[in-house]
Design a protein around this ligand. Structure first.
Ligand code: SF4
Length: 625
């Protein structure tokens, strides 16, 4: 029975470390403790949940928390499987404070019950990033060659790339290392700019960790099976297998993973060409979905990945096998959508080219995809010239006569050029202070129209986030943390007040999973079972759930969301509502009322709509303060 949460503080400036123990019951996991530490030390906190190393599938997610450089508020980002190796350090949390004198790698190793070995080594980071496989890949290669001999079991490496230096939204990437070899199965703490935080605020480019310390983790399969049997009349692995069908193989769609299932089912809800699809007729959207997605982009994926069963896990033994591969490329819906159809790319070869480059540089793929698609539309509409962005050609950014192979590759090459320009500050591209500030400055020079094409959510003075790739108002909600699933992203129409309430409920559920270091792909049983599992193992269910609600309230108390700044946000919501009426024939009185408000005065209606979501969410979350 756990009585303390052990946190290793590392002062990156001096290399000193200190172990601090927090009473279990005051804190329960990497989110509530991370929130406390971020407020006190502005630290980057990297932690595992209570059940890391246990037999529960999905319990080894690594949780990163701290104040986000791009969002501007407290943020939580996570990475599948990376906490399994972290558990071998025998700590719950690593907390980075202060800044090393030069870009460095942090080495952590624990051999059985001994003290954790810790070193901070300076790196010639520019040389490493620009050699070998490039970016995070060459950094992982270099760090592994430096330290591999010191580990008797496979360690894991967290790496930041040039995007962490040159922007506020650099991610942290990692791959499982299996039998001494780095695999191609990338995992990402993508959202929230935690790579930028690690690199810019602490001068840590990489962390290598591992060891042989063995904890007393819950591993009694017989007991766990009985809990699952009592609830579902099935053993744990059978329940988990059913719950993760979508991520493995969904027979109804004859595909699998987020890429396969989303693209098989999107139809007229598709988003493409920087959201310009919202202005099209339903027949045009569905025709494009059929022609370019079902018969090409998705077909390639099904032929190359699903039929050949190229699927892996994230590093923990998980039956979901959600990592859908094609050689060295991993296919997830959101990156392959943002740097896919959203950027005028409908072909796997083209999408692989640009996604791999973005990954190599260590970008948050969704955010950079949103920026690329925005800049492409600006070029296509002659608001920006290719030379402004350090590229040579204009994109093909219209459905008319679009060739899915050649035009996709044409656009991918331009997108890849924009990635180079961001990293090397070519043309006018300077994203060191983030895309929102860049967009505002650009609008002052080139006109408001430029800003109005950029879809993003705003937080405080300069915080920004490209939303999740679903056509639903939930992704533009004024929540304290956006860009992940702390909101309702279903396709159904909810009146905005109700949407705010649904957001609050989702936030509490997702926080619970994050605070336990649970992978949300197991949420079908985990949200239901975890409170009781916590009761059975630790005897603190009520306190644990109270703490989650309080944590949600505390995060929300810092909510500085700002009303939609871009016309595209407003249009995104209005056309969603209109589609419900005209395509899905909804007669919902509240829906029709909102549509007529938007048609009367769309800016005023949008402001009311936004505040209604805010109100619903605030009412629900303020109760927890
Ligand atoms: S569903 Fe995917 S990310 Fe989640 S634990 Fe399983 S393999 Fe890892």
């Amino acid at each position: 029975m756990q009585t303390q949460l052990k946190t290793l503080f590392v002062d990156c400036q001096t290399g000193y470390s200190k172990m601090k123990r927090y009473t279990f019951g005051d804190f329960f996991g990497p989110v509530d403790l991370g929130l406390h530490l971020a407020g006190k030390y502005n630290s980057l906190n990297i932690g595992a949940g209570l059940l890391a190393g246990s037999i529960f599938p999905g319990s080894n997610r690594m949780i990163f928390s701290g104040f986000s450089p791009c969002w501007g508020g407290f943020f939580i980002s996570s990475m599948g499987g990376a906490a399994l190796v972290f558990d071998n350090l025998g700590i719950n949390m690593l907390s980075l404070v202060q800044k090393a004198a030069a870009p460095s790698v942090l080495y952590l190793n624990r051999i059985h019950g001994e003290e954790i070995q810790l070193e901070i080594h300076p790196l010639n980071i520019e040389k490493i990033w620009h050699s070998g496989r490039g970016g995070i890949y060459s950094l992982m290669d270099e760090v592994y060659s430096m330290f591999a001999d010191l580990y008797s079991t496979d360690p894991r490496i967290l790496a930041a790339g040039p995007a962490a230096k040159m922007t506020d939204f650099g991610a942290i990437g990692s791959v499982p290392i299996v039998k001494g070899k780095l695999t191609h199965v990338d995992g990402w703490a993508g959202r929230g700019g935690m790579g930028s935080k690690m690199f810019r605020e602490h001068n840590i480019a990489a962390v290598i960790y591992g060891g042989t310390h063995v904890d007393e983790d819950f591993r009694d399969r017989k007991v766990a099976d009985q809990w699952f049997f009592d609830r579902y009349q099935k053993k744990m692995t059978a329940v988990d297998f059913d719950a993760t069908t979508k991520y493995r193989f969904e027979p109804n769609f004859e595909t699998g993973g987020t890429f396969g299932v989303n693209y098989a089912s999107l139809g007229g809800n598709m988003l493409f060409f920087n959201y310009k699809s919202i202005y099209m007729k339903e027949e045009e959207r569905t025709a494009l979905h059929e022609k370019y997605i079902v018969n090409h982009y998705l077909k390639q994926f099904n032929d190359e990945t699903i039929k050949t069963k190229q699927q892996k896990n994230c590093g923990e033994p998980c039956a979901a096998l959600c990592k859908k591969m094609h050689g060295r490329y991993k296919k997830d819906y959101e990156p392959y959508q943002a740097m896919g159809p959203l950027s005028g790319i409908f072909d796997q070869r083209a999408a692989e080219l640009i996604n791999h480059k973005a990954d190599m540089y260590g970008f948050d793929a969704i955010s950079v995809g949103g920026i690329i698609s925005w800049l492409m539309e600006c070029m296509a509409d002659k608001l920006l010239l290719p030379e402004d962005l350090g590229v040579e050609k204009n994109p093909v950014f219209s459905i008319d006569g679009f060739d899915p192979v050649t035009d996709s590759m044409h656009n991918a090459e331009i997108g890849a050029g924009i990635l180079d320009s961001i990293i090397h500050k070519k043309g006018i591209l300077d994203l060191t202070e983030g895309a929102r500030k860049f967009a505002r400055r650009l609008a002052r020079k080139k006109g408001r129209e430029v800003l109005d094409k950029f879809l993003y959510t705003s937080f405080a003075r300069k915080g920004w986030m490209v939303p999740n790739q679903y056509w639903t108002p939930g992704v533009l909600s004024p929540m304290a943390i956006m860009g992940k699933y702390y909101m309702h992203y279903g396709k159904d129409f909810l009146a905005p007040r109700k949407l705010g309430e649904a957001n609050a409920q989702r936030m509490v559920q997702e926080l619970m999973l994050d605070n336990l270091g649970m992978c949300r792909f197991h949420r079908a049983w985990a949200e239901d079972m975890m409170p009781d599992i916590i009761e059975s193992i630790f005897g603190v269910k009520d306190k644990f759930m109270d703490n989650i609600r309080q944590t949600a309230g505390r995060i929300n108390s810092r909510n500085a969301s700002v009303f939609w700044e871009s016309e595209r946000n407003i249009d995104f919501v209005y056309h969603f509502l209109k589609r419900k009426q005209t395509v899905e024939s909804s007669k919902d009185a509240e829906l029709l009322n909102w549509i007529s408000k938007f048609e009367e005065n769309k800016h005023e209606a949008a402001l009311d709509y936004w505040y209604e979501i805010h109100r619903g969410m605030s009412q629900a979350l303020n109760e927890f303060n």
